[in-house]
Design a protein around this ligand. Structure first.
Ligand code: NAD
Length: 262
């Protein structure tokens, strides 16, 4: 970080949270902590749940113009009276470290991007760092959200994987998952993918973060049965979650570079 600062590149992250959703509070706290650990300047805006959409948009506009802020993140979900799409569209695409703005989504589609959404980026980093070659592999992504499933599929495609996206209307899911060399689960249902749905030796990446009634965290993959079949598998907690935060730090530094040259 010091080397960057000597070059006049000063990353700064603004994190906005509206309301008191407990999971969101934890995520925001973790992001602030990561900034501190990396020496990245950060500002937190904790707004009451009654905040109007106009007030939120005014804050985003102010941060878009603020020179010491290179990245802006609005923790989702926002309260129901605020339109999520309008909020995402208001963030300057050059400061959009979550890469949710349609400009950045489009750039990912054509394979010419500055920012990649943090969770799919973290998954790709795990795959890369583990020396797994995606090219020509059967990749199955379970989940088609804008935040995880869709960009994940696109990133695997850019690495020349043969990608199948499965979702809530997919017929015979097991036949699809059983065919996967690389299986990414982003469903949001605890222990949804079981060992009998996994091909012997497959790489299994569990994006899910689900809180059980006993307060324990668990993924979308039933770890016990899956690990017996998988060639490699990520745990929850301690797998994709920390990678997501690491990628946010990377995007914030990238944003400082992008904004310096804007
Ligand atoms: P989402 O609810 O927006 O999407 C879930 C997807 O699962 C949908 O596309 C839906 O079609 C699919 N689905 C639902 N039921 C299904 C079924 N029976 N069969 C097949 N597909 C089905 O969720 P999301 O935002 O993509 O998040 C998914 C999970 O990942 C959640 O547990 C979330 O908490 C977690 N998550 C983790 C991180 C991280 O940092 N690790 C980041 C974002 C989300």
């Amino acid at each position: 970080m010091e080397a960057l600062k000597e070059k006049g590149i000063n990353p700064g992250l603004a994190v906005i949270i509206v309301g008191e959703d407990p999971a969101s509070q934890v995520y925001v706290r973790n992001k602030e902590r990561a900034c501190d650990e990396c020496g990245i300047y950060s500002e937190k805006y904790a707004l009451p749940k009654e905040t109007t959409q106009e007030e939120l948009l005014n804050l985003i506009d102010k941060l878009n113009k603020k020179n010491d802020i290179s990245g802006i993140l609005v923790q989702l979900p926002v309260p129901e009276h605020i339109d999520e799409k309008t909020v995402i569209n208001a963030i300057d695409p050059k400061k959009d470290v979550d890469a949710f703005h349609p400009v950045n989504v489009g750039k990912i589609m054509v394979g010419n991007y500055d920012f990649v959404p943090c969770t799919p980026a973290g998954v790709m980093e795990l795959i890369d760092e583990s020396g797994i070659d995606v090219s020509g592999k059967e990749c199955v992504v379970v989940g088609r959200s804008n935040i995880v499933g869709k960009p994940q599929a696109m990133l695997l495609l850019h690495k020349n994987g043969t990608v199948t996206i499965c979702h809530s209307r997919t017929k015979d899911l097991k036949a699809k998952t059983k065919n996967a060399d690389i299986l990414v689960a982003a469903v949001g249902i605890p222990n949804f993918i079981t060992g009998d749905m996994i091909k012997e030796g497959a790489v299994v990446i569990d994006v899910g973060i689900n809180r059980l009634e006993n307060k324990k965290l668990c993924g979308d993959v039933e770890f016990e049965s899956a690990q017996k079949v998988a060639g490699a598998i990520t745990p929850v907690p301690g797998g994709v979650g920390p990678m997501t935060i690491a990628m946010l730090m990377k995007n914030t530094v990238k944003a400082a570079l992008v904004n310096k040259t804007k």
